[in-house]
Write a protein that binds this ligand. Structure first.
Ligand code: GLA
Length: 741
């Protein structure tokens, strides 16, 4: 039984082979947190872990007992307004203006499996035996408000998922001013916080910093999870590396405004909270109503950051992504965006598709510019019907011609947006998120549709369904190209405007649910100006996402490396594009561009007709390579070996689960003249197996222990060795293939 309740001591112990999570019902019937970390043996009584201590100034729970203060004990759920004086995860404003809440234990149940979260994406189980769920019901007796804390422990992964649900059974209307999905108090502050920061074109760069007293956080208030921060944080020990040491990962399965906050208080207790950002959120609950928070996922590793990431990869690839594309081989695609932008007609598109079919590409994706009068970004969003001037045979005709070539056909949409210059705007100018009497801020010349309105969801459902059912479409790229501002739903009363950000996301999820349900064979890829909404919430609907508009191979090293902290390779859209690169004007070799893009879903974003014969031959080889190895790349175990954030070298590898095959990607940004000897140590291999490694320089065989402890000799600086086969110059890459003998 992985989830235990010790009746006598009133303690819960959630444990599997890897982790223990322990909390108790305290003497005042509230919940106190006792331990989270590496598995420890079970015992009846862990009450010595409840650290009580006298502190001047602290409010206490009982008169005459100065040692029991909510400011001091570690809480299982942190609630604003009583004795806990730290930043709290649940804040309830009541009709009389009071904000004090006291949540006492009422009941609990332990159920097999994992319940679904209504209206929200979440990790799941396929079989009830995969996990157990603990539901603890708390009550504020004065308000008659119940709070359910839900914990699911996976049996064979170091993963605990959490969410809370607040149900108002009382008579008064209450208002949630904050409702975080989880809060966790850790007994020291000796951590470094890892987060993924960036901006458009440089998403998910890894940032690490030691905790300081006070609050440190990442967040989004942009209406989408954002390019700037990702809904993930890690807390690692100072000495933790990619391979050794403890790290706690926290990830939120949500696509809108979020807050991931760490408070190190001045008694050295660390409080981690994660959930919907309280700014812009204010949720009234009348009698009988309930609010469900999104799911937070906690991953524990005592084997470094690679192990944390591998756990996230396994969980998200197999128990968050759904549908037939979860396990299917991902198609190698070509996308026309960087080849043509919006300047195309049917002939041009067919020309690119023909060359793609010829080299072995499997899917052609028509990007922005096919609908309404869309020849620039000033027009037509919302008018989801083909432009006959560009596409005389429509989307269905074009799709037929392309599928006749043996390719699948995919199409770009940006469903959530509207251009003022559109038929949709002329009919429904009131469908925009905006404050009617104030100026609206355009972003990329477009505005955000109000997805809190059912009629908007219906319109989008109908118009997209029409296109998808009239043509042979196998893939949808669902884009979203501006952040939200003036978030207000016209026609709704003032009391519900604090719900709009979240209701928008619920509307988006509903639209996705309808369309993915109606078109289960279609592969959906999410995109938001590149990686502006690359989050676990999206993965529930879209097995893959476009991680960045920056297609430069060298820039992508950092973006892919950072993204891999949480997200599996099978989810990372990665393409080979033309040189000079459109974002950086850099020219990396075609081989390097391919060697980087292999570690993702893989495809091309250029006009193959413009390649030389030698380049075309190289493209054919790349496609053949990816077809041969994509199962290993997408489903294998990924290791980060050398970080682009640390210097000139990047390296990573994927290893098959049986440890018989591996592919190592090695990238050196700038060449060094007559440099020293360098070695790349591999990871995860079977020390006792002999592996043959092949790369451009030849083949060698050694036992796994040697490849891991001594490594591959990388003799690739320039020197007098003019005849070596190893490529020279800047932006070099090498792939090493390992095969157990
Ligand atoms: C966004 C996407 C690009 C492309 C353009 C089209 O920027 O990230 O890949 O689809 O929109 O307008």
């Amino acid at each position: 039984m992985p989830i235990l309740f010790h009746e006598k001591t009133k303690q819960f112990h959630l444990h599997n082979g890897d982790i223990s999570y322990i909390f108790c019902i305290m003497p005042n019937d509230q919940l106190g947190h006792l331990y989270y970390g590496k598995k420890i043996r079970d015992q009846e009584d862990f009450s010595h872990l409840l650290e009580l201590g006298f502190r001047d100034m602290s409010p206490c729970v009982f008169e005459g007992n100065a040692k029991f203060s909510l400011e001091q004990v570690k809480q299982e759920i942190s609630v604003y307004g009583a004795g806990d004086l730290r930043s709290c995860g649940l804040h309830i404003l009541q009709e009389d203006g009071s904000q004090t809440v006291c949540l006492e234990y009422m009941a609990h149940e332990i159920v097999p499996g994992k319940p679904l979260l209504e209206g929200l994406p979440a990790t799941y189980v396929e079989d009830e035996s995969e996990a157990q769920t603990l539901r603890v019901f708390l009550i504020d007796k004065w308000l008659d408000c119940q709070v359910e804390l839900q914990y699911t422990l996976y049996n064979s992964l170091p993963v605990l998922t959490r969410n809370i649900k607040i149900s108002n059974s009382g008579k008064q209307t209450i208002r949630l001013e904050a409702a975080m999905s989880m809060s966790l108090d850790l007994p020291d502050k000796d951590y470094e916080m890892i987060d993924l920061t960036g901006a458009w074109g440089r998403e998910r760069h890894i940032q690490t910093h030691p905790l300081h007293y006070g609050i440190q956080s990442t967040y989004s208030l942009r209406g989408h999870s954002s390019h700037n921060y990702n809904p993930f944080i890690g807390l690692k020990r100072k000495e933790t590396t990619e391979f050794l040491g403890e790290v706690l990962g926290f990830s939120l399965v949500y696509s809108g405004n979020f807050l991931a906050q760490v408070e190190a208080d001045t008694y050295d207790v660390t409080r981690v909270m994660m959930g919907i950002h309280p700014n812009g959120f204010s949720w009234s609950l009348s009698s009988g109503e309930a609010f469900q928070t999104p799911e937070a996922v906690m991953v524990y590793s005592d084997q470094g950051m690679n192990k944390m990431s591998q756990t996230f990869h396994e969980l998200y690839r197999t128990r968050l992504v759904r549908g037939i594309w979860r396990d299917r081989t991902r198609p190698i695609l070509i996308n026309n965006w960087e080849a043509t932008y919006m300047d195309f007609d049917e002939d041009k598109i067919l020309g690119i598709a023909r060359s793609a079919a010829d080299v072995g590409i499997e899917l052609f994706v028509l990007d922005d510019g096919w609908f309404g009068k869309r020849n620039s970004d000033t027009t037509s969003l919302g008018d989801w019907y083909p432009n006959p001037d560009k596409l005389p045979s429509g989307i269905s005709g074009l799709a037929r011609k392309i599928t006749d070539m043996g390719l699948k056909f995919g199409l770009w949409f940006e469903p959530e947006m509207i251009s003022k210059e559109s038929d949709l705007y002329r009919k429904h100018s009131d469908w925009i998120l905006s404050v009617p009497y104030r100026a609206m801020s355009p972003g990329r010349n477009q505005y955000v549709l109000d997805l809190t309105k059912p009629e908007v969801i219906d319109y989008l459902d109908e118009s997209l369904s029409k296109v998808l059912s009239e043509a042979d479409i196998s893939y949808v790229k669902w884009d979203m190209n501006r952040s939200m501002s003036e978030v207000f739903s016209a026609g709704k009363e003032s009391g519900v405007q604090g719900k709009v950000y979240h209701q928008y996301i619920l509307g988006l999820y509903e639209l996705y649910e309808r369309l993915t349900g109606k078109f289960p064979e279609v592969l959906f890829e999410s995109c938001a100006s590149g990686g502006g909404r690359f989050d676990p919430g999206m993965l529930y609907f879209c097995p893959q996402g476009w991680i960045s508009d920056d297609t430069d191979a060298i820039e992508r090293l950092k973006i892919q490396y950072g993204t891999s902290m949480v997200y599996p390779l099978a989810s990372m859209g990665s393409h080979v594009s033309a040189v000079p690169n459109h974002q950086t004007h850099r020219s990396a070799a075609l081989a390097t561009r391919g060697d980087v893009a292999y570690f993702g879903t893989f495809g091309y974003e250029l006009d193959l007709n413009l390649l030389s014969g030698a380049e075309e031959a190289r493209v054919r080889e790349q496609i053949e390579f990816m077809k041969k190895h994509r199962e290993l790349i997408h489903k294998g175990i990924f290791y980060r070996l050398a970080s682009p954030f640390d210097g000139n070298i990047t390296a990573w590898m994927v290893l098959s689960k049986d440890k018989n095959r591996a592919i190592v990607g090695y990238y050196r940004t700038l060449v060094q003249v007559n440099g020293g000897y360098k070695r790349l140590k591999l990871a995860g291999l079977d020390a006792d197996k002999k592996y043959r490694i092949s790369d451009i320089a030849g083949e060698r065989s050694c036992y796994g222990d040697e490849w891991m402890e001594i490594g591959i000799l990388l003799n690739d600086s320039t020197s007098g060795d003019y005849h070596s086969k190893v490529p020279k110059g800047d932006f070099l890459s090498r792939l090493f293939l390992l095969e157990a003998e």
